[in-house]
Write a protein that binds this ligand. Structure first.
Ligand SMILES: C[S@@+](CC[C@H](N)C(=O)[O-])C[C@H]1O[C@@H](n2cnc3c(N)ncnc32)[C@H](O)[C@@H]1O
Length: 357
């Protein structure tokens, strides 16, 4: 498979490095400056909503908010141009993967994508995940920069598999809901070598790239195009249901429907774990996370934060439901909290639940 980064011209490489540098300094220099200015006001806000009017008056705020949106747009422009220039070769890679190989891909050409999904360009990515064969290549490339190059080898996803997902030597089926271009699905093959591993997603371009890469790596994964709340899999057939960065991309009723589907799919004793984002309890940091979602065209962050996901899991018959912080840098699951971090970071967290025996 072609890795587009091996083919960048010097100009393209310079632009990628510039955007990456901008994003890093926004996170580790501009954000701490804004946080220090906020602390100096002596404000005693208890909620993100109370923080916002104070934050909006701070000297660094116009710079912080403008840079946040602008570097995101620059990122997609850079990734998009680099990918589209190589359209023929990249589509050739997708076309070369057989439908049935070591794994498989099953696309549903009649699937109607929900309006809540197609109505806006998520992450400000032009055309979102679904509109073009190359959407997934653009997303994959852009995501490396969004994660500040710290997840190029899918470290966050591997940490999730290693520190959060249960050992299940007897597992026969694992499902990854909202698998995207497959970086969350691949670590599941090593974690559950005897099990059938299935990745489900709404978007065909992501599934096609996921499948082509899995075939290239010799990983037996079945990719299926379906709505995460209607996977079509048999009830009680799964040992583990997972998803990463997917719940915050749906409105509240769709989140609840996916959790219900996960509960339906689990065997007794099976476990569900979603690697997500959650409010940290620090009102200033949380205000910037909520605004990041707004400026990044991620309207359903607010839905996830406002949905009682624990009650939804319990109502679906699951037990031991909890949210735990997650440190994506090296530690993984951190039940004791996010720790003290000066830089802006995504508030990674895991929603876990179990189906009673
Ligand atoms: C941010 S991406 C994350 C992809 C992957 N899990 C990862 O960690 O890289 C979210 C993915 O969820 C998919 N998605 C969103 N809502 C979905 C739903 N209701 N059912 C299935 N897939 C969904 C999107 O198409 C997209 O590929």
């Amino acid at each position: 498979m072609i890795d587009i980064e091996d083919r960048l011209t010097l100009d393209e490489r310079s632009t990628v490095d510039f955007v990456l540098g901008l994003r890093k300094r926004w996170s580790d220099a501009v954000y701490p400056t804004l946080a220090a200015e906020y602390a100096e006001t002596g404000a005693t806000a208890e909620t993100p909503e109370q923080v916002e009017p104070v934050m909006h008056q701070l000297p660094s705020y116009p710079w912080f908010s403008h840079l946040e949106r602008v570097q995101q747009k620059m990122l997609w422009r850079t990734a998009g141009d680099a990918v589209v220039r190589r359209r023929q070769e990249l589509v050739g890679d997708l076309d070369a993967a057989p439908e049935q190989g070591v794994g498989s891909i099953t696309l549903d050409h009649d699937l109607e994508l929900p309006e809540w999904y197609t109505d806006y360009d998520i992450h400000v990515q032009p055309g979102s995940f679904f509109s073009d064969d190359l959407s997934a290549y653009v997303y994959e490339f852009g995501a490396r920069i969004v994660m500040l190059r710290d997840n190029d080898g899918y470290k966050f996803h591997s940490l999730f598999a290693q520190t959060t997902l249960p050992e299940k030597p007897e597992a026969t089926r694992i499902v990854d809901i909202g698998c995207g271009f497959g970086k969350s699905t691949r670590p599941l093959v090593a974690k559950y070598p005897g099990a059938e591993v299935i990745g489900v997603d709404l978007a065909a371009p992501g599934l096609r790239l996921a499948h082509a890469e899995a075939e290239d790596l010799g990983l037996p994964i079945s990719y299926v195009q379906a709505e995460g709340s209607r996977t079509g899999l048999e009830s009680g057939s799964c040992d583990v249901v997972t998803g990463t960065m997917v719940l915050h991309e749906m409105p509240s009723d769709a989140i609840v429907a996916v959790l219900q589907e996960g509960a339906r799919l689990l065997k007794p004793g099976g476990e569900m774990h979603f690697l997500e984002f959650m409010l940290t309890g620090d009102p200033f940091r949380d205000a910037t996370v909520i605004e990041h979602a707004d400026r990044n065209n991620e309207p359903y962050f607010r839905d996830l934060f406002g949905t009682d996901t624990v009650a939804a899991c319990e109502a679906a018959g699951l037990v031991d439901v909890s949210w735990s912080p997650f440190d994506e840098r090296r530690l993984g699951l951190q039940p004791d909290g996010w720790g003290d971090r000066a830089e802006w970071h995504f508030p990674w967290a895991v929603l876990s639940a179990r189906k009673a025996i």
